[in-house]
Design a protein around this ligand. Structure first.
Ligand code: ATP
Ligand code: MG
Length: 430
């Protein structure tokens, strides 16, 4: 464990940030305020993990300090007076300042009642001991660690521990947070914490859909969400979100494959579609409404199950590219990706992949406008011709713009052929 904290802090923070933090400490002292860096950054400093999501806590008026800092550096300031918080935006970096506060819960799952408090109050309101350390930034005793809840011990023993026995009852989102940190850091739930988590798992029912969804989204942004979901399954947490959700080995393998096949930014929504892949339509609807998923996510989830139900028709090796396009073009890409990973049929998977990597990008080179210029009157015929050209292009029967124009021209008056290789060929040879 780190011994000389001020010098560690100096090594850990990028120089411009360190300079800012020191200025902030000096200015706080000038105003007679205590200033601390708190929460995840302190935890990650000890663990040697990068984290520049800075939370500063002020004993006293955070807004007054933020105003002074912003004025002196001409940075942009956003203030929330009701919460006693402020954000200072420097080029490429921002600092969040909050007035130290105490929180009490009127009933399980309610948002807390907030009052200004001291640093001790602000630490005890936190979720876990490892997130409840502060480091002083005032020049007197710069870098001093404030560790009131054995946080450093728990970090050393790699334990996730709540700070009081009612913690999960007050705020059951901590149940999801506990598992997320445990699996992210390779820690273990401290024995009493695990016992209370199992006891209080039904308290998740007191949390609004939006707040549960937010925690699930955070889980799905982790490097290996399958570990969190697996543990959530084991502890009876997933079941509480919906009785049919499972965090099993099947899911883990698909998540791993998803990371190998798709880009990072598309992973969270893909993971979500894999998570619901074993639900029935009815169960999926229940889950969507419990977590109040927004339109886009709900659509991807529904499409996943609709496509799964239709997948047998894509397992036919005789399908032409235009048939595959026809079956898939109205589905969101995430639903197709999820089924490509989940399908038991290698042929169906190949067809889904072909669509994702090639077919969905195939476009005709001539446009409706071009066809009008060629003398084809505006009307449904233009659409039909474009459609037929598109099919021929998908099937590799037409390759160049010249060919498109030629066929459009022949089809101007004559009936449009159903695209078959022989028809196209016979016209080509004319
Ligand atoms: P990370 O962002 O790396 O997941 P973090 O510790 O920065 O970790 P945030 O979600 O950014 O986590 O929250 C900042 C701090 O606020 C936490 O360290 C924790 O002390 C506190 N906190 C967040 N959510 C809760 C909660 N539900 N109950 C109590 N304290 C919380
Ligand atoms: Mg954070």
């Amino acid at each position: 464990m780190l011994e000389n904290l001020p010098s560690q802090l100096e090594k850990y923070l990028p120089p411009p940030v360190l300079a800012l933090v020191k200025i902030a400490g000096r200015e706080a002292s000038e105003l007679g305020l205590g200033l601390y860096i708190i929460g995840g950054v302190v935890r990650d400093l000890f663990l040697g993990r990068a984290n520049f999501d800075f939370d500063l806590v002020v004993e006293g008026d955070a807004i007054k300090l933020a105003q002074k800092m912003a004025r002196d550096s001409q940075a942009k300031l956003t203030v929330h007076s009701r919460f006693g918080t402020a954000k200072i935006n420097y080029p490429g970096f921002s600092l969040d300042l909050a007035t130290a506060r105490s929180e009490t819960y009127s009933k399980p799952g309610a948002l807390p009642t907030v009052k200004p408090g001291d640093l001790k109050d602000d630490l005890i309101r936190r979720d876990f001991s490892i997130n409840a350390m502060a480091m002083r930034l005032n020049p007197q005793r710069f870098g001093e660690l404030i560790d009131l809840y054995h946080s450093k011990d728990d970090l050393e023993h790699r334990l996730i521990r709540i700070l009081h026995p009612n913690s999960f009852i007050d705020d059951a989102t901590r149940i999801l947070r506990a598992i997320r940190y445990e699996q992210r850091l390779g820690f273990t739930l401290e024995a009493e914490t695990e016992k209370l988590l199992r006891r209080d798992v039904t308290m998740l029912d007191t949390i609004s859909g939006d707040r549960i969804r937010h925690e699930l989204e955070l889980i799905l942004k982790e490097d290996k969400p399958e570990l969190v979901l697996w543990r959530a399954g084991e502890l009876g947490v997933l079941r509480q979100l919906h009785p049919s959700l499972k965090g099993n080995g099947w899911l883990s393998q698909r998540f791993e494959q998803a990371r190998q096949s798709y880009k990072q930014t598309s992973l969270p929504s893909l993971y979500l579609c894999l998570l619901i892949h074993n639900l029935t339509d009815k169960e999926n609807e229940e889950f969507i409404s419990r977590l109040n998923f927004p339109k886009n996510s709900a659509q991807a989830m529904r499409h996943t199950l609709q496509l799964k139900a239709q997948l047998h028709s894509l397992a036919n090796p005789q399908l032409k590219p235009s048939d595959i396009y026809q079956s898939l073009h109205s589905y969101t890409a995430t639903a197709i990706q999820a089924n490509a990973l989940a399908s038991e049929s290698p042929i169906a998977s190949q067809h889904l992949q072909l669509y994702l990597t090639k077919l969905r990008y195939v476009k005709t080179l001539v446009s409706g406008e071009d066809l009008k210029k060629m003398g084809i009157p505006a009307g449904p015929r233009i659409g039909e011709i474009l459609n037929t050209l598109h099919k021929a292009r998908l099937n590799g029967e037409i390759k160049t713009r010249k060919e498109e124009e030629k066929f459009a021209h022949t089809w101007r008056k004559a009936p449009i052929p159903i695209t078959t290789r022989s028809k196209i060929k016979s016209q080509r040879s004319k």
